[in-house]
Design a protein. Sequence first.
Length: 154
Amino acid sequence: MQPLDIFDWLTKEEWLAILRIGIGLWWLESVRHKDLRDFLGGGSRGWVESLLKEHPLPVFGAFIQRVSLKSQNAWIVTSWLVVLGELSVGISLTFGFLTFIGLIVGILLNLNYLLLAGLKDLGEQGQNAMMILIQVVLFTTSSGNVWGLDSIIF
């Protein structure tokens, strides 16, 4: 069966690859726009603590308090994990390398951001919700096989 050709230009698989690359670049932009020295030094701790005050999901708020905010060192480790996670997802999706793993990590990061912000920043929440939706679609379509390293490796 011939792949669907949209507008006699690209196949649906190629359009999905463009979407995958775009989301990958968005993750890389998320790393690039951070003040990494401040962020990795624990500078965002106050912002996260303010989000957890009267958090709409007390169980999640308590979890973040116990795991990430327990000490300054724990918060610095969390900050590094966030940046490394965003960077690895960005590279994975941009280059179509281990795409399924990159999409799972990306979905988990966006879910964490969605849960962390609760209802305090609905603009940011829309971005996280759309990124989750796009990543779920990409996860179900083998999008790393077109214009990606997955097609060479697997």
